[in-house]
Design a binder for this molecule. Structure first.
Ligand code: EAX
Length: 329
């Protein structure tokens, strides 16, 4: 029996299925995760990346940002990126070093003299070599944006010399290197994932160390009286993708993603640096006591022994550390 209505209906259904299949293929969705809140350094990178990539791909690629640790802490996000249940992350250098110890090299204390030197090395061949080596643990390292130079804050006393740090309970990132730095300086470091406001407020910890934007965005001036401009570690973010996912992308999408994240990183680094002077003024106004000239030579001397520690014992890590120390002389 001929049934024109049914045939017509089935033809429409078939076309609708075809259309859905082809548009599903054309549109690429990126889940991007980070642990800090809107207004943070990581979010500024993510927002810019989303804006640039969606514009450049004419909406064929969409970026979905999961901030404020809604998908877990940085360690958990990295695990999800390895599995490709999350495609990208803006992750601080610290917690990355349990996945690949080579990341310790760029978090080495007192490594970079200033922003320009950090940019030159991280954007140059050594930085690229480090990003490339992350492939062995399932990551595609795309580029570096920044947290910035880290400074010590605490609620107990002014800190000018390493002896002042003695016994302070300092929260550090989940990183063996960061823990070792503060142990060597005589503090009592406790690794803890982000965020940490409550722990500081309740006195579980006396202090923490982070770049100036963190004090502003998280209102740490309310609960931390003393700030010391130690600039002990330059803290990059690694803007990272799942290698599993990356390997399945076409060349055109890869290029657009790579270029957009790098442009976003350049934008964010400048933005962060441009705002630092005003942040210091604001923090002083809010009543923080700021030590501008700590005895950095003394701090540097204390942590010099770190390069001989087991943390850097793996030959490829040791080799990279030597190269980067030489390049930053
Ligand atoms: O980016 O965990 C940390 O101390 C990070 O620097 C923090 O997420 C701010």
């Amino acid at each position: 029996m001929y049934r024109p209505k049914l045939m017509f209906f089935m033809a429409i259904l078939f076309m609708a299925m075809l259309f859905t299949a082809s548009s599903a293929q054309a549109e690429l969705k990126i889940k991007l995760a980070l642990v800090t809140k809107p207004g943070s350094a990581q979010n500024i990178v993510a927002d810019k990346f989303k804006e640039l990539l969606e514009e450049r791909s004419k909406g064929e690629i969409t970026v979905h940002i999961f901030h404020s640790a809604s998908l877990g802490n940085e360690t958990e996000i990295l695990q999800q990126i390895q599995m490709n249940t999350v495609q990208m992350g803006i992750i601080t250098g610290g917690p990355f070093d349990t996945f690949d110890p080579i990341v310790r090299v760029i978090n080495y204390p007192f490594l970079f003299k200033d922003n320009d030197q950090a940019d030159k090395i991280l954007d140059g061949p050594l930085g690229q070599e480090i990003l490339k080596s992350l492939e062995s643990s399932g990551f595609k390292g795309l580029c570096f944006s920044e947290n910035g130079f880290r400074n010590l804050t605490n609620s107990k006393r002014p800190v000018k010399i390493p002896e002042d740090v003695k016994g302070l309970k300092i929260r550090v990132m989940a990183s063996a290197l960061h823990k070792a730095i503060w142990q060597t300086l005589g503090a009592n470091p406790t690794p803890m994932p982000w965020p940490i406001y409550t722990e500081l407020e309740q006195g579980v910890i006396d202090g923490q160390e982070n770049p100036l934007w963190v004090l502003e965005v998280y209102n740490f001036h309310e609960i931390q009286k003393y700030l010391t401009m130690t600039r002990h570690v330059y803290s990059p973010h690694i803007d990272v993708a799942s290698l599993k996912w990356w390997n399945g992308l076409d060349e055109k999408s890869r290029e657009m993603i790579q270029k957009s994240i790098y442009d976003a990183a350049l934008f964010q680094r400048k933005d962060n640096r441009d705002k630092d002077a005003a942040r210091l003024e604001m923090l002083a106004e809010k009543g923080m006591k700021i030590e501008f000239n700590p005895d950095l030579d003394a701090f540097r001397a204390k942590v010099a022994e770190l390069k001989d520690m087991d943390l850097f014992a793996e030959p490829r890590v040791q080799k990279m550390l030597m190269k980067i120390l030489e390049a930053t002389q």
